[in-house]
Design a binder for this molecule. Structure first.
Ligand code: FES
Length: 143
């Protein structure tokens, strides 16, 4: 067994991203986590530690689209609570939940690096800022 150095970590992150993408449900199945441990020689508990450290990874099946609403300082001040409220009402789910059709999962996140566009959210890799209730409805209608 080799120690997890910086290169190993980068490899593991890539493998975990791929595993999550290939699952079709935006999560890392337990069996795949074990395979990655075998492939890399890194212990399962170390890989589990990586998966649970990064909020972008999940061990539970999620929706096709992950909506991450920033609730950090600037976004909080500019109305992330309203953004979450609109999304909850529209999608009929709470934070951490997935719509019954498996399309959307709603999550909170820390700063997305788009404070000048507060309040902001991401849907998968796409960033949306200066959100208003109307704009949120427009955005959702494109998915
Ligand atoms: S505080 Fe929300 S993007 Fe920075």
């Amino acid at each position: 067994m080799k120690p997890a150095d910086a290169t190993d970590r980068a490899d593991v992150l890539g493998l975990l991203h791929r595993a999550q993408r290939e699952s079709g449900r935006n999560y890392i199945p337990e069996e795949r986590l074990k395979e990655i441990a075998r492939e890399t020689g890194i212990t399962e508990s170390d890989i589990y530690g990586v998966v649970t450290f990064y909020s972008m990874f999940s061990l539970q099946p999620r929706g096709e689209y992950i909506i991450r609403v920033c609730t950090s300082g600037s976004c909080h001040l500019m109305g992330s609570g309203t953004v979450l409220g609109v999304l909850k009402d529209t999608l009929k789910i709470g934070v951490g939940e997935t719509t019954s059709d498996g399309k959307f999962t709603l999550e909170e996140t820390s700063c997305l690096g788009a404070c000048e566009e507060s309040p902001a959210m991401m849907i998968n890799e796409e960033l949306y800022g200066n959100l208003t209730p109307e704009k949120i409805q427009e955005i959702l209608s494109t998915y």
